[in-house]
Design a protein around this ligand. Sequence first.
Ligand SMILES: Nc1ncnc2c1ncn2[C@@H]1O[C@H](COP(=O)(O)OP(=O)(O)O)[C@@H](O)[C@H]1O
Ligand SMILES: [Mg+2]
Length: 312
Amino acid sequence: MSERDVLARFEAHLDPARPEAAPGVSIIGYGEVSTVFALAELPGRVCKRMSGFRDAEAVAHYAETVRRYIDFLEAEDIRVVETAILAIERKGRAPVVYLAQPQLAAEGLGNSVLRHADDATLRARLDAVLLRIGRLLRSNRERRDGRSVTVDAQLSNWHFGSGERAGGEPLLIDIGTPFMRKDGADEIGVELFLAAVPPGVRALYRRARAVERYLDAFFDARSLLVDAVANFHKEGRPDRIPLALERVNRWLAEDVPDLGGRPIRAEDVDRYYRNDAKTLELYLRARRLDRFVRTRLLGQRYDFILPGAIRR
Ligand SMILES: Nc1ncnc2c1ncn2[C@@H]1O[C@H](COP(=O)(O)OP(=O)(O)O)[C@@H](O)[C@H]1O
Ligand SMILES: [Mg+2]
């Protein structure tokens, strides 16, 4: 059976409220955006499910944007893990998209490097990511076609090789949100983000341009790195924040001085993290409440997988 057929069958059996109940599934992780599965029928592969599309046209636009994003990054010398983008049709509802990738060795994942590698290795991995991000952000400035492109810098979004190939070029694994702007507008559009928000707050988010503001932070060197370093808290290694800041601040001052980033202090990171954790927790609670109202009170379907309690 093809990968597409396996995923179509999986999707037909999936209850988004209980993803682990579908046959042959193991959940590898909940990211902030997607849920990452491995399926017994697709050995050696991982799949990330994206839902919330209005219609087939929105799905086609998303798939095309992700494809272009990957091509763009590769052209800018950022290597991306081989990714199949599969739109899966459903009866009477808009399709969902699965992003399928080879399952990479756990020891090479950025979160594992952050937890277990020695200081010299962690420094080298951080420098490798910073080098590539610096080039990308600098070329945003130089480009004349109104386009700007960025990535989510968090270590958990990169793979650094394993075994013999440890320490090779970092490989970007998180490409589900294409951070690509043309003349200031997000090419992915805001609707996909808003679909995940309870309807009651959607108008509010729209008016406050909350999605655009959330995305803004990824295009700015300093705020991108504050976020990435703050993630050390979530990964349980806040003790390594000083080491990371030493590399990041050197990079801000020496490699990208033209991008105008003041040095980042540990207090900046901690303050950001407390705020971000609170916002995400609130957001998740609002989504759980919305799911409860829609499924239990209104008898509707709820198409998003929500993470369980997030440990911070
Ligand atoms: N190709 C892969 N192989 C192994 N693990 C992966 C792979 N892709 C993702 N993961 C794991 O799942 C986590 C979340 O995936 P990611 O693509 O970053 O999704 P999100 O957008 O939700 O953050 C990663 O940090 C990593 O631990
Ligand atoms: Mg991620």
